[in-house]
Each structure stands twice: as C-alpha cells, then as structure tokens.
Design a protein around this ligand. Structure first.
Ligand code: SAH
Ligand code: SF4
Length: 352
C-alpha cells in the first residue's frame, strides 16, 4: 500500500476537495486492510468530534404503515409478499407516539412507512399539520417513499422539515435488478432534486452489499452523493428478508459498511449520518462501531410495541433494547462506554 498516496488523499478530502473515481476506488479497495481502515476511522471520528462533539442526536422513529404498493426485490414489505403482516397506524395513534416521544425528550419525529395508498399525500399532510400544532418546535422527518411533486410541496408547506429517500444505487442497471420495472432510478433522483429544491433537509443513501452490487456501484454512489449533496446520508448493510426474491442472498459486510461510513464522514463533514438499525441488527457492536467511524445520529423505535415486529423490512430487525425509544437509558449507557452521550437537540443540518 502506498502510504504517501493515502496521506495525499486524506489531506485533500479533509481540506474539502472532491475526490475522483480513482481516489474512491483506491480507498474502497485499500480500506479492506485493517490498518488503513483504522486510520480512516480515526480521522473520520476526529472530524465528527470537531463538528458535533461527543454528542449523538436521537430521532424517534414511528413506523406508520407496513402496507406498500411497491415491490422492491429486497424488502419484506413488498406488495407481493403475502406472508407480510400488515398494519397501518391512525393519526391519533401517531400523535400518541409523538406525545410519548416528547415526554421521553425527543425533538425529532421520523414518520416512516411503505407507500400505503390509504395514507395518501393529503392524509400525510393532515398528520404533519397536527403534529406541528401540538409540537411546533419539534422537527418532523418524512420517509414515506416516492410521492408527487405537489404532494412533497404540500407536506413541506404543512411544516415537514426533512425527508429521507435513499437513492438505493446510482447505477441504472443495478437499480433495475433491485426493483420492478415500474420503478425507475431516474424518477428517484428527480424526486431527490425536488425535495432539495423545496427546502427539505434531504436524506439519501444506499445499502451496502445488496445483491449484484459491485465496488464500481459504490464508487458511483459516492460520486452521486457528491453531486446531490444531501444533508443526511443513511447507509446500512443489505439484510435478506424471507419471502422475497433476495431471501437467499448473503447479508452485506459490516466492515465494508463501517468503512463507507468513515469515507462519508471524511467527505461530508457536516452531514447527519445515522448509525442505522440494520447495522445494529447484524452486529452487536454495529451502532458503536458506526459512531466511532463518524456517524452522529441514532433513531430509536417509537412505534407502538404491538406493531414493531410487523414492520419487517428485513429479518431480525431490532426494535427493542438500545433500538427502543423507551430504553434511552440503556442507549446512554452504551454510548458512555465509548465516551459518547445523547444529544437531545433537534439536530438540524448546519453548514457552518
Ligand atoms: N418505503 C420507504 C421507507 C421504508 S424502506 C422507502 O422505501 O423509502 C426504508 C429503507 O430501508 C429503504 O430505503 C432501503 O434502503 C432499506 N431496506 C429495505 N429493505 C432492506 C433490506 N432487506 N436490508 C437492508 N435495508 C433495507
Ligand atoms: Fe415499499 Fe420502501 Fe419496502 Fe420498497 S423499500 S417495498 S417502497 S417499504
């Protein structure tokens, strides 16, 4: 390994310069070596600490529906999965979750769900408005899939602050292998542009190790993120879900996911990067490892207890213990073991 080149890349990226495809390719392949991965992690963590201290923002995650009209090949909620357990929360149930979340100290609520035709744009708008009436100072993040431009606009007008919509993969060919032909990578990217232009703090991201993914695909993803400049970037390992076309594929690599977290932090120094539930679900230390690689957000589950097991986008998804909103003390304890603490602030994106 060319140590000089590693330090050259680090100097450039830390100084804020964009990296070339060759640079990213080099980092992804050389980063497989533990000593290189360690150095990247420690630099990423230093940058995260400079920007955010040792605080980790928390978001209360409310999974509002397990119905979905889409048929993504990787996801347990896909509409062809007849075995999936379906539920949808009412507005009153969602408001109850927010009330509980507020009493636990959360300042951001994330409403996530499948693309449920019964929870249409107007319905989401009404829920956002009601949450904002009750809690005008709290941030509302939506993660309810692809909607119409008019829908996004109305949600923003109703007070939604942020929107999470992963691009999933930048490669059109790879996207087509992960999704039915009714979905398009181009449409997904157009949605992301719209969300940004409407003033949403916008989140994108991808799975690591999804079926047929190559290193070149991840290079494409990193180049695309550089172009999009999202305020939030969510990445997690692919995890197989039963009764889906990808049920027999292996899970993505935790080490590679952690490496990519550190690369994202190096390049997107102010971005909000979660230590995802997917990572915590397949590695007992996944959350802590991501934080030590530069992640600065966790999203404990605030859904009603009786629906949690039904929101099964992949097998073995954690929603209890440190992944549960009701166990913030346990989360705090675990963060303390690595020298971090919960930051209860809203955690808006801040360029400065
Ligand atoms: N319907 C919305 C939100 C729910 S899915 C949407 O699709 O945006 C949220 C994220 O879960 C997806 O973006 C995808 O990247 C991730 N996901 C879905 N299935 C997964 C799996 N099997 N393993 C890991 N992540 C998965
Ligand atoms: Fe639906 Fe989202 Fe799952 Fe795709 S990833 S099937 S849009 S819930």
């Amino acid at each position: 390994m060319d140590k000089k080149f590693l330090h050259n890349i680090l100097d450039r990226v830390i100084g804020g310069a964009p990296l070339s495809r060759d640079d990213w390719r080099w980092l992804l392949s050389e980063g497989a070596a533990p000593d290189v991965a360690d150095l990247l992690r420690s630099e990423a963590s230093r940058i995260a600490t400079e920007n955010f201290g040792k605080g980790v923002f928390v978001r209360g995650l409310i999974e509002i529906s397990s119905y979905c009209r889409n048929n993504c090949n990787y996801c347990g909620l896909r509409c062809s999965n007849r075995e999936a357990l379906r539920y949808r929360l009412t507005k009153e149930e969602i408001l109850d979750c927010c009330r509980e979340g507020a009493s636990l100290g959360f300042n951001t609520f994330v409403l996530q769900g499948g693309e449920d035709v019964k929870q249409d744009d107007a319905w989401i708008v009404d829920v956002v408005r009601s949450i904002k009436e009750l809690f005008p100072d709290k941030a509302v993040t939506l993660s309810v899939g692809e909607r119409s431009v008019e829908g996004y606009r109305a949600m923003r007008k109703a007070g939604a602050d942020r929107y999470l919509l992963r691009h999933e993969t930048r490669s059109d060919e790879h996207y087509a292998r992960l999704h039915p032909s009714t979905m398009s990578a181009e449409k997904r990217r157009a949605s992301l542009q719209t969300l940004k232009s409407l003033g949403f703090q916008t989140g994108s991201g991808m799975m690591i190790g999804s079926p047929y993914q190559t290193m070149e695909n991840i290079v494409d993803d990193l180049m695309y993120l550089d172009e999009l400049r999202p305020q939030m970037i969510g990445i997690g390992p692919f995890i197989p879900a039963k009764n889906t076309p990808f049920a027999q594929f292996p899970a993505g690599s935790v080490d590679l996911t952690i490496l990519v977290v550190s690369l994202l932090r190096l390049r997107f120094q102010k971005a909000l990067i979660p230590a995802t539930t997917a990572l915590a679900s397949i590695d007992e230390q996944g959350r802590e490892r991501a934080i030590l690689a530069g992640a600065n957000v966790v999203m404990p589950n605030l859904s009603p207890l009786d629906v949690r097991s039904k929101y099964s986008i992949y097998d073995g998804k954690k929603s209890l213990g440190s992944e549960s909103a009701q166990a913030l003390d346990e989360l705090a304890r675990r963060l303390a073991t690595i020298g971090y603490h919960i930051d209860f602030g809203r955690g808006d994106y801040n360029e400065k």
